[in-house]
Design a protein around this ligand. Sequence first.
Ligand SMILES: [Zn+2]
Length: 173
Amino acid sequence: MTKLDGYLKQFVVQFSGLKVGFHEFEFEIVDLFFEQYVIEDVDGGNIHVNFTLEKRENMMELSFQMAGTFKTKCDRCLDPMVLDIETNDQLMIKFGDVTSSENEELLVLGPEAYKIDIAPIVYEFITLQFPLRKVHDEDDCDPEVIDQLQQTFETPEEDNDTANMWDELKKLK
Ligand SMILES: [Zn+2]
């Protein structure tokens, strides 16, 4: 078994043996988690997951509370950046004739199902939180890249502005 397989095993929840009621689990999402998915935008992350499974007679309600950070790249300067993530999601599971995914909030499991891998579900909820545009705060971008961008797209008046700024600062003394 690879390190990744070993790590992912914890996300497989065997619900058949669980009693009716609430069951709580905790998971730590680490960089390894993201190795199974090929996604250009995510370079890893650390996310704490509080997972609650409520088992009822003929259905289950899964609830995921996640908080942490994930690593990505800035859309503007391409430098690495870390973004916060916090999300609270629910998924209903019903039992039917065949396993099927009705929509984002309802999953139907066939009669043979006795366990569920929540890793892809967690992954899905995480990606739903990704902002469309991921950029550093203006001052945190790689200055070299920004300089190059500005030289490409703008007339180089930057030096004058900087000189003026220093003049202003000197006056403040
Ligand atoms: Zn940036």
